[in-house]
Design a protein around this ligand. Sequence first.
Ligand code: APR
Length: 174
Amino acid sequence: MRIQVVQADITRLALDAIVNAANPTLLGGGGVDGAIHRAAGPGLLAECRALPEISPGVRCPTGEARITGGHALPVHWVIHTVGPVWKGGDAGEPALLAACYRNALALAEEKGIASIAFPAISCGVYGYPPEDAVPLAIASVRAALAAMQGIEEVVFCCFGADMATRYRDALAGT
Ligand code: APR
């Protein structure tokens, strides 16, 4: 099992699955969510819209994950997860962010996915400080993988060089 860091546009990765940093509606947005929907084409939005709402406007609660096909993307699956909005750190954000990684990997294992890439969930619009999110992401992935068999490769896909350096330093330091 390999964990690696790449600096890339996640929509270009040809793995089994990529993870989307979505919002609870699962109807698209900006950031990586917007990039994934643009690259996947309208079929992804149609599939997301067909997912059941568990409450008005909520198809995926914060911390949970849902899976769809990859549509026009070079991946077979997209796993959508909703990270916490940073509110200072005392509103349960760490546990919710950890749950995003754990639940996304649990869904991946269920589907027999062997390679999967994560963006830096919550580190953009949702304002989670990367100095807290990055070590938590690495620890959450490692903990989840320790209890799994099928996943062979996890990629932390960073859009910018700073984030890639942060992940590489954190991986080297742990
Ligand atoms: N590939 C990889 N990473 C990307 C890409 C891309 N194409 N585009 C953006 N990113 C990075 C950002 O630089 C950031 O580090 O993904 C990380 C997450 O940032 P956001 O996409 O803003 O996601 P998040 O902070 O979780 O906020 C989610 O933003 O787009 C909306 O609908 C989304 O409401 C939700 C919110």
